[in-house]
Design a protein around this ligand. Structure first.
Ligand SMILES: [Zn+2]
Length: 298
């Protein structure tokens, strides 16, 4: 049937549509192949010794560059290590600060009592003094405490009603025995005893070495006699060993006031004086009493 149908159609001039006879669409687009022109090796200029030298130079330069990069990397790594350490330390500090901040705060009045400023009178004197009330109000407990205590000790001094606070200091009420000036001694009596010891023994050239300028000034304020040649050397002053030797040679007695305040190499020299004695840090009254005993020693 199909063949008859085909023959019929063919007779009518109708062509059969057949997959086999259909023209397949062109699947492949024509690929253009661009061929590069081949370079003829034989036309390249030949390498000369100069070229070789240039190459060596370039290699060396590259090596130097590499070396530099390596050094820089090492430096960077060291820096990173240091920064890491720093960060670690800072973290610890922050932790400590947070820990401190989370602790219950001790009232400032308790802190002051702990430091010996225990009476309302003490605190009234301190708070009335220039700027101290403001400072108390602004104090952040506990981070400010260390410097606060040091400054309090530097400014305020226990002084009895018979004594006057040294220049630049503010007196806090005190019993005579705790007085930082007389220490319970009668200052005029002790001064007279010291001067008597100087004159009676003919030891007119006296060296007092040690402590601060302020402490030495207190001595100067009380001990006044034109016959006495008093050399005062604060422990904080710079002095050569040779100068210390001269001090010793030109003195009749050496009083070392608070040995720990004198430089060890100088202390060694002062201790060689024929008439010498040591007095611990303390009130002026105690120094004068001790000095009289030293100057009067046989
Ligand atoms: Zn006193």
């Amino acid at each position: 049937m199909a063949d008859d149908f085909d023959a019929l159609m063919s007779g009518m001039g109708v062509k059969r549509l057949d997959k086999k006879t259909a023209i397949p669409p062109s699947k492949k687009a024509k690929t253009k192949v661009v061929r590069r022109k081949r370079t003829d090796v034989s036309t390249l200029p030949k390498a000369t010794p100069q070229d070789a030298a240039v190459t060596v130079e370039r290699i060396e330069a590259l090596e130097r560059g590499l070396e530099l990069a390596r050094t820089q990397r090492e430096e960077s790594e060291t820096k990173v290590k240091q920064l890491k350490k720093k960060i670690k330390r800072l973290k610890l500090e922050v932790d400590a600060a947070n820990q401190a901040a989370s602790e219950p705060h001790e009232p400032l009045v308790h802190v002051l009592s702990r430091w010996g400023y225990s009476t309302p009178e003490d605190r009234l004197v301190i708070a009335s003094h220039d700027g101290w009330l403001e400072r108390f109000l602004g104090t952040v407990v506990p981070s400010d405490l260390a410097s606060l205590e040091a400054d309090l000790r530097g400014q305020f001094l226990r002084v009895c009603s018979d004594c006057k606070a040294p220049a630049g200091k503010t007196a806090l009420p005190s019993a005579r025995a705790e007085c930082m000036v007389c220490g319970g001694f009668d200052l005029s009596r002790e001064t007279r005893k010291f001067l008597d010891a100087v004159l009676i023994n003919g030891r007119l050239r006296v060296v007092i070495v040690g402590r601060d300028t302020e402490n030495q000034r207190e001595v100067r304020d009380h001990v006044v006699d034109s016959r006495l040649v008093l050399t005062q050397i604060p422990g904080s002053s710079r002095r050569e060993v040779s100068q210390a030797r001269t001090d010793v040679e030109h003195s009749d007695a050496v009083i070392i006031w608070d040995p720990s305040s004198v430089a060890p190499e100088l202390l060694e020299v002062y201790r060689t004086a024929p008439i010498v004695g040591e007095i611990p840090a303390g009130p002026l009254g105690a120094l004068l009493a001790g000095a009289a005993a030293i100057v009067g020693q046989q």
